[in-house]
Design a protein around this ligand. Structure first.
Ligand code: C2E
Ligand code: SIN
Ligand code: SIN
Ligand code: FE
Ligand code: FE
Length: 382
């Protein structure tokens, strides 16, 4: 089982959690081998909640067994679903936090006896597939450092990991094209990132759909348009590294803050560029180039005209269209007329003239997406 090499602070900040997840996401998305995937996911869970050990179990309904792979070079391990805490969770679908296992009948004390390990506490929760069916169990043992216990918050955090895990495993189990996993992870991750900057609900969805529409109207084939759609949500992933004090500042940024804010483009690129996967490569380009301007006055590299990748030019349009049409912490939402006026003015300046033409001619279709994925007003304003 994965051992925790160092003692971590007890409660990770949302920032640290996001970063932990992020550190793993690229590797998880790239992993085709289910055994390796199980080990990676377990490592992610362990790091998220400072557990000493973590195991991801998969349920085999036919044999009524749970199986896992806990270390490189070792065989898979198998237990019956009728035994132990993990089995109990797999059968009932209920999460369990057990801080006193030796006085719990469901706990199999023989395992400790055999291994010489002392189990102090257990956190165990079901992993569901897309349809809510239980496909496995996420199990963490011994909150570190001793004598800490698992909390409801740990459960929350592992639930978050289990959401990714369920999606990743589901795809692997079904032997689906691995890109299905990437899509899910990328989309969920992008949404998690957006949660921090307080952009609600459908923001990620809209930018994805606008970008797809631009791609199709620009003349790309369906497959490439789909690629643009799936990678566009990642354009602002670098904002994960921007502090809340800047990201959530209600007013104008100081020059120093603005400089830090701008770094989100190249930061996103640095995070994504290592992957060989087509989807992540495309996402890396988009992260890097979505604030470049047609006239060369954008950032981070001041690229100009068609030197800016078409994916970057497209996402820039989608991003600004959505940013203007919706409220931000630093600005109110704009009326459509005002947005259209800006795009006309910036044709050939900030934006690719051909894309502005496509946008103006297809305005109704863009507005349709905007209306379809309208955010609900916050509860306080209803
Ligand atoms: P964002 O809020 O998602 O905005 C994306 C892009 O939409 C902006 O990129 C800009 O091109 C366009 N945009 C948004 N609001 C306006 C506006 O009122 N007028 C015009 N002409 N364009 C607008 P940009 O400028 O590179 O900013 C990148 C990100 O930096 C923004 O993403 C936002 O998170 C942050 N940001 C920019 N200005 C401010 C600010 O004054 N205060 C705060 N707190 N954040 C800011
Ligand atoms: C969490 O705090 O559970 C996840 C991080 C976040 O949603 O910002
Ligand atoms: C965000 O501010 O988190 C994303 C908005 C966008 O630029 O698409
Ligand atoms: Fe951005
Ligand atoms: Fe943006």
């Amino acid at each position: 089982m994965a051992k925790n090499p160092k003692t971590k602070p007890l409660i990770a900040s949302p920032d640290e959690l996001l970063r932990t997840i992020f550190d793993y996401v690229g590797r998880i998305a790239d992993e085709r081998d289910i055994d390796q995937l199980l080990i990676l996911l377990a490592d992610m869970g362990r790091d998220l909640i400072s557990a000493d050990r973590c195991t991801v179990w998969l349920l085999n309904r036919k044999t009524k067994e749970l199986w896992s792979k806990v270390a490189h070079g070792m065989d898979r391990i198998i237990i019956p679903v009728t035994a132990g805490i993990a089995g109990c969770v797999a059968m009932t679908g209920d999460s369990l936090i057990i801080n006193d296992p030796y006085s719990d009948d469901r706990f199999d004390k023989d395992v400790d006896k055999k291994t010489g390990y002392h189990t102090r506490n257990i956190l165990s929760l079901p992993i569901n597939d897309g349809e809510g069916k239980i496909i496995g169990v996420f199990q963490a043992i011994n909150k570190m450092p001793e004598p800490e216990k698992f909390s409801e918050q740990d459960l929350e955090h592992l639930l978050l990991a289990a959401t990714y895990t369920g999606k990743a495993l589901d795809a692997a189990i079904l032997q689906e094209e691995i890109e299905a996993t990437q899509r899910e992870i990328i989309f969920t991750l992008a949404e998690t990132g957006e949660m921090r900057s307080k952009e609600t609900g459908y923001h990620v969805k809209r930018v994805a759909e606008f970008s797809r529409l631009f791609a199709v109207k620009y003349g790309m084939n369906e497959e490439e348009a789909e690629l643009v759609k799936l990678s566009a949500p990642m354009h602002d992933i670098g904002k994960i590294a921007i502090p809340d004090s800047i990201l959530l500042k209600p007013g104008k940024l100081t020059p120093e803050e603005w400089e830090i804010m701008q770094s989100h483009a190249s930061l996103g690129y640095e995070m994504l560029k290592h992957s060989d996967r087509r989807l992540l490569k495309s996402a890396a380009i988009i992260a890097n180039e979505h604030h470049e301007k047609w006239n060369g006055e954008g950032y981070p590299n001041g690229k100009k005209g068609e030197d800016i990748h078409i994916y970057g030019r497209i996402t820039a349009m989608s991003d600004v269209f959505d940013a203007l049409g919706n409220e931000r912490v630093y600005k109110p939402a704009w009326e459509l007329d005002r947005i259209v006026k800006l795009f006309k003015e910036e044709k050939g300046h900030q934006f690719d003239p051909k894309l502005v033409k496509v946008f103006l001619e297809g305005l109704d279709d863009f507005v349709k997406i905007k209306e379809t994925y309208k955010d609900e007003p916050p509860v306080s304003e209803r």
